[in-house]
Design a binder for this molecule. Structure first.
Ligand code: UD1
Ligand code: PEP
Length: 434
């Protein structure tokens, strides 16, 4: 297990480029299974979860060529379905959340798929009913009854259907969409997730010859086609990384420019940090965060305490609440952070409390943060990164803290942040991988 040693309290300065989006990459990579033709993808982040999925695809028979550090060509013209029965596949599938999205494409193209319970963060219950019920509506038959939680599914040609999802699951929508594009007839997915990731996937599928409409809304209509062809696709910048950098700049009182952000795709993210008091300027497509020694939390119009909570897109993504929470610890004012979707994502506040933050964990979903207005800085401690976003929030806390912090289990951070220590050092951070 690797660790970071962080000597906090330094101001950072400079430009930083966000990596390609992790959660988009996991969808887009699975979509290469839908065609025997080459698919070239650029702005692919060099992070653990994405590299693990690329390895899984390669082992499944996909030809993988790395044309540049962030660009790959994939060709799925010789898939070895027997690989799905191997122990190695089970191990790979269990290691990442995104692996579940091979099921839709495999069912659509080959009529069968297998899948262990996928991995990802242990941040609460992460059920897959939405995926499976949607695929069943298209005609797939699932077998769930295995003691080692290994799902298998079969289908003759899938048939389009109407479905109202019980929740707007992000990976669930992507999985069903990737199956529906090759189904016979029309599929309607109502209460679909509409994150930029799903929009990007839909546009890529259309470039491959699919007929997806309603992109960006919660009503997707898909007219099935016989086959899909190759395409080129460029990943969006990672909006969660952009939000993390905004929070990091504020906590460390640093002047930072986040380059090429595709600002129109960020939804409520900039607004949320502005409500926490962080000043920013949009300079073309860059976000400039000026040096600020203090920032003050907004209240509602009637003067009541601000509540920052997650919601399905276009609401605020749950993946940034840990960062918003850590930023609030040094703001002037009080904020209620309400994590509605996941029940185990706020427990990391214990570590922030050990660092001196004033937080009341009201219940597993809600924490009240009483900001210190930078009068009492956090202090460095030794801590463990419990999940990817809590990990980055603790890293931001450590960068702002007085003294030295050690963060253990940084593999969690490496799942989604490319060479984070190197990139932060380039901004002047004192961070070392142990
Ligand atoms: C690989 C990937 O892309 N992971 C993301 C994806 O996970 P993933 O696709 O696994 O998450 P889902 O969208 O399925 O659901 C996330 C959680 O929110 C709950 N839920 C979901 C929708 C809803 O309308 N109401 C509701 O309560 C679900 O029950 C579940 O507990 O989306 C999550 C929600 O944005 C993000 O945190 C993850 O980073
Ligand atoms: C929870 C996340 O990832 P995963 O779904 O891969 O666990 C995340 O990206 O914040």
């Amino acid at each position: 297990m690797a660790s970071f040693e962080v000597i906090g309290g330094n101001k950072l300065k400079g430009d930083i480029y966000p990596q390609g989006a992790k959660n988009e990459a996991l969808q887009i990579l699975c979509a290469v299974l839908l065609t025997p033709e080459p698919v070239t993808i650029s702005n692919v982040p060099d992070i653990r979860d994405v590299n693990k999925l690329i390895e899984l695809l390669r082992d499944l028979g996909v030809k993988v060529e790395r044309n540049a550090p962030d660009t790959y060509t994939f060709q799925a013209d010789d898939i070895n379905l027997d690989y799905l029965n191997s122990d190695q596949f089970v191990e790979q599938g269990r290691a990442i959340r995104g692996s579940v999205m091979i099921v839709g494409p495999l069912l659509a193209r080959f009529g069968e798929a297998k899948m262990p319970k996928p991995g990802g963060d242990k941040i609460g219950r992460r059920r897959l009913d939405t995926h499976f019920i949607g695929l069943e509506k298209l005609g797939a038959k699932f077998n769930y009854d295995t003691p080692d939680v290994f799902y298998s599914a079969k289908a003759d040609r899938l048939k389009g259907a109407y479905m109202l999802l019980d929740e707007a699951s992000v990976t669930g929508t992507a999985n069903i969409l990737m199956a529906a594009v090759l189904a016979e007839g029309t599929t309607t997915i109502y209460n679909a997730a509409c994150e930029p990731y799903v929009q990007q996937l839909s546009r890529m599928l259309n470039r491959m010859g699919a007929k997806v409409s309603g992109i960006g809304s919660n009503l997707l209509v898909i007219e099935g086609v016989e086959r899909l062809g190759g395409t080129e696709h460029r990943m969006l910048p990672d909006m969660i990384e952009i939000g993390s950098f905004i929070g990091m700049a504020a906590m460390t009182g640093s002047e930072i420019t986040i380059k090429d952000c595709q600002i129109p795709e960020l939804g409520l993210i900039p607004d949320t940090f502005q409500r926490l008091g962080i000043k920013m300027e949009f300079r073309g497509d860059d976000i400039f965060i000026p040096e600020q020694d203090r920032y003050e939390v907004d209240t509602y119009i009637d003067g009541s305490i601000l509540n920052i909570s997650d919601h399905t897109w276009p609401g605020l993504t749950p993946d940034l609440l840990s960062v918003a929470l850590v930023v609030a610890t040094q703001a002037k004012g009080t904020v209620l952070i309400h994590q509605k979707m996941f029940e185990s994502r706020l427990f990391f506040v214990d570590k922030l409390i050990d660092m001196g933050a004033q937080i009341i964990l009201c219940d597993p979903h809600r924490a009240t943060v009483i900001g210190q207005n930078k009068q009492i800085p956090l202090r460095g401690i030794r801590m463990t990164s419990p999940d990817i976003r809590a990990g980055v929030a603790l890293l931001i806390a450590a960068l702002s803290a007085e003294g030295t912090s050690i963060i253990d289990n940084v593999e969690q951070i490496d799942r989604g942040y490319q060479n984070i220590d190197g990139r932060l050092r380039a901004l002047g951070a004192q961070i070392r991988r142990l």
